[in-house]
Design a binder for this molecule. Sequence first.
Ligand SMILES: [Zn+2]
Length: 497
Amino acid sequence: MARIAIAGFMHETNCFVPDATDFENFANPSDRPGILRGERILEEFADRGASTAGFLNSSDGNHEIAPLLWTSTTPGGYVTNGAYERIAGEIIALLSEALPVDAVYLDLHGAMVSEDFEDGEGELLRRVRAVIGEDAPIAISLDYHANVTEQMVRHADAILPYWTYPHVDQFETGKRAAEAMKRLLIDGRPQGRALRHLPFLLPLNFQCTLVEPSKSIVEAAAARLSEDMLSLAYLAGFPPGDLRECGPTVSAHAYTQEEADAAVAEIAQMVALKEAEFAEPLLAPDDAVKKAMRIAASASKPIVVADTQDNPGCGGTADTVGMLEALVMNDAQNAIFGVVRDPAAAAAAHEAGVGAELELDLGGMADLDGVVPYRGRFKVEVVNDGKYQTTGPVAQGKRHDVGPSTLLSIGEVKVAVSTHRVQAHDRSVFEHFGVVLQDLDIIVLKSTAHYRAHFDPITETTFAAIAPGGHGANPVDFPYGKLRAGVRYYPLGPVRD
Ligand SMILES: [Zn+2]
């Protein structure tokens, strides 16, 4: 029996949105449990949820677990120094108190950027390594959108990534981490480790593992694992992270350097050969709505359009209304749009009550190019407290509390409005208003790919639209400061000077 310390500190940082992510965002997020300490971690992840749950389920009983601290919050701007130091500091203090430990498991995202550290996870790993010394192994799980760095590969001894986007294998990822940990505890830290950065960034719209070429790549990486390897990770990266090592990577930890090098070279070569296959049409709002209406005329199921540039799951502000404007202008019928974060509109609807008509400047509060409110006369269809439980495979029964919420309508278009940001990756974000999604013609939602796990089964077809928003789909538009020179901004795209 070994003594294993576990902790989680997860954030996906979009360096190009205006609002920073502070301690309060971690302490009181609207769609996850906040900051958990000690036994509360074991209770929260007793049977399902994040990778931590998978790790605990596979390790429980075999080892003595020292639970330290676990926290995560909605993707957003830079993590403030205050939040980073307070949380990382507490993890390190708790770890020091928990010594001696035989190993550490960390549940991380891999795309955290703080005001001071462009490689938030690498810095945390460096500190953890400093506390536990050179002998105890560290296994980590990462989100598929991790920007893996040399520092992360050096301090971790196994990197277990989600293999899916939409992320439906978080629990399994934790179980794989527990398997790797089992081996680490027997055979010790591996000598072989390798990392290769691909020569291009990968826009999120091109990363979905339900379709090619990402599907074949993750399958090939999973199949390439060998007896001597602890982990082999193909990770697609998170382009809105402003760090030198941003972008897709292949990394490996193995008991021989030759094996780590060979596996990384093989998978990196495969990705490079598929560079030209990464592409998906991104339509202007008007074209997207017209296309959806054309298909809807003879479809038996709804058409889903991803309002990808305002995906709060990537740090979008969730209040841009370019797609609403396109829906109303084109007189779209039987459509729904959301979820728009607008606390004032939600409050006004609650005040006015169901059936009332309101003149509103909806959304458009973000200080972003081309983003303005939508002015119109809306009818209040539903009001509620915004508390519900998710039902789809990505969120896995999470409790959401998105604050006072309302379903409005303008013409034949319904608009879901909340007080806090929430990504529309689960049908419950609309269904808690009593909406029957299957009966609709067009669904326009603020997500990039996560929605596909839950919406695809009820969808005729789906594609993305490019309305103004904080999560630019094309990295060439991002004002990078630290990104390394020589990398292509997107597959076959221009090279950064
Ligand atoms: Zn992700």
